[in-house]
Write a protein that binds this ligand. Structure first.
Ligand SMILES: Nc1nc2c(ncn2[C@@H]2O[C@H](COP(=O)(O)OP(=O)(O)OP(=O)(O)O)[C@@H](O)[C@H]2O)c(=O)[nH]1
Ligand SMILES: [Mg+2]
Length: 330
C-alpha cells in the first residue's frame, strides 16, 4: 500500500466498506477521491476509484431513469466548501439560506416545512461557499439521510432558535442523534489517527438565530457560557440581518481553508480567483492544485504575506497562510 494515506482518506474508505446504498457508496468514493494524496504512488488507486465511481453513477442513473430511485438528497459540491444547516424544526435554517444565498427556499411558521435539502451559494469576499438547507432533526426522528448530508459536507452549522428556552436541550439532542450515526462534531478538524472505522469528524459552529426575539439575548448568554469553548458561537437574526456579516466570516473560518493568489513572474497577481486550500497546506500542495506536473517542475517561489515576507523566497514545505500571493517559477 502506498504511504501517506491521510486519516480522512482511511475514514472515507472505511465508510465505503460499510456503505449499504449506492448513494452512500458514491459519497464515500467521492470523498476518497478528494482526500487521497495526489502523487505517483497513488495513481493506480485513483484510477480505480474513478472507475468504481463511474460504474456506480451509471447504476444510479439507470435506477433514477427507471423510476426506482429519487436521489434528491445528494447535493453535488460546489465552491470552496459545503456547509450543511442542521437544526430543530422552525429554527430558521431556510430563512438563513434565503438571506445568505440566492436560493429561494420555502419558509413557514410551522415545523417540517423543509422536506428536501436545497443548496445555495454564499458570497464571502472573493469566494463562494455552498450552504445546504436541510430538513429538521428531532430526537428519534432524524432521517438518516439528513445525518448523511452532514457526513458528506465539509462542515456543519447548527442552527438554533435562541428565543426557545429549550435551545440547549435541542443542541444536545442533535449532537446525540449525530453521534448515533457516528458523525462527531468538533471545533476544528484535527488530523487524528484513532478514529474508529466509519466515524467522521466534522467541524461545526453554533448559529443562535432569532436574536431579535424576546428572551433570545439571555438564552444566548447561557449558550455562550456553556459552549463557547467547544464550538464557535454566533448570534444572528435572519429577520433583521443582525450578525449576518459576522456569520459569513464564521462560516468561512469553520471550513478551515485559506485563499492563495498566484502570480506569473513579471505580471501582476491574479487577485480575482484565489486557490482555496486546507489550512496547513504547503507550497507543494499549491503547486499540485495548479497542475500535477508543477510538483516536479517547480524550481523556485516567492511569496508576499499580509504583513510578512514581502517577496522572500519560500521553500517547498513552507506553510501558506490566508491571503498569500505566490509567484511560481517553473
Ligand atoms: N423573529 C424571527 N423569526 C424568524 C427568524 N428567522 C426565521 N424566523 C421565522 O421562523 C419561522 C421558521 O422559519 P424557517 O426558516 O422556515 O425555519 P426552518 O428551520 O427552515 O424550519 P423547518 O424547515 O420546518 O425545519 C418562520 O416563521 C420565519 O419567518 C429570525 O431571525 N427572527
Ligand atoms: Mg426549512
Amino acid at each position: 500500500m502506498p504511504a501517506n494515506l491521510t486519516p480522512e482518506y482511511l475514514a472515507a474508505e472505511a465508510r465505503f466498506r460499510e456503505a449499504e446504498t449506492t448513494e452512500d457508496k458514491i459519497a464515500a468514493l467521492e470523498e476518497m477521491y478528494a482526500t487521497i494524496p495526489k502523487h505517483k504512488g497513488t495513481e493506480k488507486m485513483r484510477a480505480d476509484i474513478k472507475q468504481r465511481l463511474s460504474k456506480l453513477r451509471n447504476k444510479e442513473k439507470q435506477a433514477v431513469k427507471h423510476g426506482k430511485k429519487h436521489d434528491d438528497f445528494h447535493i453535488v459540491k460546489q465552491g470552496a466548501g459545503q456547509i450543511v444547516l442542521i437544526g430543530p424544526p422552525n429554527s430558521g435554517k431556510s430563512s438563513l439560506l434565503d438571506r445568505l444565498t440566492g436560493a429561494e427556499p420555502e419558509i413557514a411558521d410551522y415545523p417540517y416545512t423543509t422536506r428536501r435539502p436545497l443548496p445555495g451559494m454564499m458570497e464571502f469576499e472573493d469566494i463562494l461557499i455552498q450552504l445546504v438547507d436541510a430538513p429538521p432533526v428531532t430526537p428519534g426522528f432524524a432521517e438518516r439521510a439528513v445525518i448523511a448530508l452532514a457526513r458528506y459536507a465539509d462542515a456543519v452549522a447548527l442552527v438554533l432558535d435562541a428565543s426557545d428556552d429549550a435551545m440547549l436541550d435541542h443542541l444536545e439532542e442533535i449532537k446525540a442523534e449525530m453521534a448515533k450515526s457516528r458523525v462527531m462534531l468538533v471545533r476544528e478538524y484535527a488530523e487524528c489517527n484513532d478514529l474508529a472505522p466509519g466515524t467522521a469528524e466534522r467541524p461545526a459552529l453554533i448559529v443562535a438565530n432569532k436574536i431579535d426575539a424576546p428572551n433570545a439575548v439571555g438564552n444566548f448568554e447561557v449558550l455562550k457560557d456553556f459552549y463557547a469553548d467547544e464550538f464557535p458561537v454566533q448570534a444572528v437574526s435572519a429577520k433583521t440581518g443582525e450578525g449576518l456579516e459576522e456569520l459569513r466570516r464564521a462560516l468561512f473560518n469553520v471550513l478551515g481553508i485559506i485563499r492563495v493568489y498566484t502570480k506569473v513572474p513579471g505580471k501582476p497577481p491574479d487577485m480575482e480567483k484565489p486557490f482555496t486550500l486546507k489550512k496547513g497546506s504547503t507550497l507543494i500542495d499549491l503547486a499540485a492544485a495548479i497542475h500535477k506536473d508543477f510538483v516536479h517542475s517547480l524550481r523556485m517561489a516567492k511569496a508576499w504575506g499580509k504583513n510578512t515576507l514581502d517577496g522572500a523566497q519560500i521553500g517547498r514545505d513552507h506553510v501558506l497562510e490566508d491571503g498569500y500571493i505566490v509567484e511560481l517559477h517553473a
